[in-house]
Design a protein around this ligand. Structure first.
Ligand code: 13P
Length: 336
């Protein structure tokens, strides 16, 4: 097995998943201001370090995605943040795209940027301790979207990114996110997500990416947030599995879902059902941002010095997600 495959398995095996703590400063400022905490580098570090030094890191978190600011910060114990993460057995990762910008030629859509100078930035991140990376492409859904232009250009960027990342000894997370915004049905989400993922793999193969050394980070198959055709969680799980079975090559070792705006328990329950019904060889785990941090940040904001209390909230959420990644979660466990 290749080194890259070993890193991917280390991140996702035994009920472990990924903590996506790579919010850009702009996004993190929104999250902090929503709970009335000032967004300073110190406060951003304090919240993140609180999570990274919690007990559940050892059992539930196989990898942490960092933002450029955080990977260069030092923890209160003087360890660098990547050292702190590694000391609990998790792998440090880094978001390397520079954001989604308006797609020329289709101004309602976005193309993710960050390829210029990427090889040089990857050298730096590797030296800082990163062993995996993230790049997110975003796609909107309507009767005309995502356009072929958006599907092709984002797939091309994801493939160029992945091949550079592997060249530098790191595992690329390939994240094509079909957004939940809109009134589309789950069936529309299924069709569009399948088309998007298939095109990504076509480009990854074209760019000679080793598929055993990537992690796919897709959305689950859900109706749009404004759709009046809601579906049961069992159906979400079945449609998600159908989509992935039909569009992901079997060499891919693991799939780590984004939460994409789902509530914490909803994201946990859906992942649990996916694992209950999982008849593939893919590991199905989580790479959650909001669905791991929402309750913790709310609690923390009331007293930012209450490290222990915040860690208890985070530990619970991480434990629930880890059980869901093994199909062992149930609603009663939420109250314990
Ligand atoms: P959410 O789980 O909040 O969607 O964040 C995951 C992520 O990393 C998005 O790029």
């Amino acid at each position: 097995m290749s080194d890259l495959n070993n890193i991917a398995l280390k991140i996702l095996s035994n009920g472990k998943g990924i903590l996506a703590a790579d919010e850009s400063t702009g996004t993190m400022t929104k999250r902090l201001e929503a709970v009335n905490v000032e967004s300073t580098p110190e406060n951003r570090l304090l919240f993140r370090e609180t999570l990274f030094s919690s007990e559940s890191m050892k059992k539930c978190i196989g990898g942490v995605i960092l933002y450029d600011e955080t990977i260069k910060q030092k923890s209160s114990s003087k360890k660098t943040i990547p050292e702190l993460i590694s000391s609990s057995g998790a792998v440090p990762g880094i978001k390397v795209d520079t954001g989604a910008k308006v797609l020329a030629g289709s101004p309602d859509e976005k193309i993710t940027e960050g390829l210029d100078g990427l090889r040089e930035r990857l050298h730096v991140y590797y030296k800082l301790g990163a062993r995996f990376t993230k790049w997110r492409g975003v796609y909107i859904v309507s009767d005309k979207h995502p356009s072929k232009l958006s599907i092709n250009s984002n797939a091309h960027a994801l493939a160029r990114y992945s091949s550079l990342v592997q060249e530098n000894g790191m595992v690329p997370i390939v994240e094509p996110e079909v957004l939940m915004d809109g009134d589309h049905s789950a069936e529309d989400c299924l069709n569009k997500t399948s088309e998007v993922i298939k095109k990504c793999f076509e480009e990854l193969v074209h760019h000679k990416v080793n598929l055993e050394g990537i992690i796919l980070k897709p959305n689950m198959i859900l109706p749009g947030t404004k759709s009046n055709k809601k579906i049961k969680n069992e159906e979400v799980a079945k449609l998600t599995l159908k989509c992935l079975k039909e569009s992901v090559p079997k060499e891919v070792p693991g799939i780590a879902f984004l939460s994409g705006g789902q509530k914490e328990i909803e994201a946990t329950e859906n992942l649990n059902l996916i694992n209950k019904f999982n008849d593939t060889n893919f590991i199905m785990s989580y790479s959650y941002g909001r669905a791991l941090q929402q309750s913790a940040i709310k609690f923390w904001s009331k007293d930012i010095r209450n490290i222990k209390g915040t860690q208890e909230i985070f530990n619970h959420r991480a434990n629930m997600c880890s059980l869901a990644a093994q199909g062992k979660w149930s609603e009663e466990l939420e109250d314990k």
